[in-house]
Design a protein around this ligand. Structure first.
Ligand SMILES: [Zn+2]
Length: 146
């Protein structure tokens, strides 16, 4: 298992992991509840990284002018998209990083990774690094203390 960089103050919540097979497994989902300040800082960092990459790429357009036809709409889309992305990240007050469980696909103990987003929801999608199959994790806590 590769080492995962986790922020400080993560928690584990009990989840039920289901996937391709009929069996469901009990696992622990590693989550982090962000403070308002942390949420904003994280949203800023991630948004600027994407905008930065696109801006760096568009510098090529200064040399290869034909690419400007492609780059200008790309830039417009990126700036528009980054606003949505930023607000979406601002709404992500709890993230999950991985789930330690038996994989329902390969039936081996695995560290399942986030699949399609890291925002914690009632049901989250995970992917097994071992067999590449996806799984779902549902919280076993009826009501989550906020
Ligand atoms: Zn697996």
């Amino acid at each position: 298992m590769k080492n995962l960089e986790l922020p400080e103050g993560t928690e584990e919540i009990p989840v039920r992991i289901t996937g391709g097979s009929i069996e469901a497994y009990d696992g622990a989902l590693v989550i982090k509840r962000w403070s308002l300040q942390e949420t904003r800082r994280r949203a800023f960092k991630r948004t600027f990284r994407i905008v930065g990459i696109v801006c760096a790429f568009s510098l090529v357009g200064l040399i290869v002018h034909i690419l400007l036809l492609l780059i200008i709409p790309l830039l417009a889309l990126t700036f528009f998209g980054s606003v949505i992305f930023f607000f979406q990240l601002c709404g992500e007050t709890t993230s999950f990083f991985c789930a330690n469980s038996t994989c329902p696909g390969c039936r081996l103990p695995q560290r399942l990774e986030p699949y399609m987003g890291t925002g914690l929801q009632e049901k989250v999608s995970l992917i097994c690094p071992g067999c590449g199959q996806t799984a779902q994790a549902v919280s076993r806590e009826r009501h989550q203390a906020s």
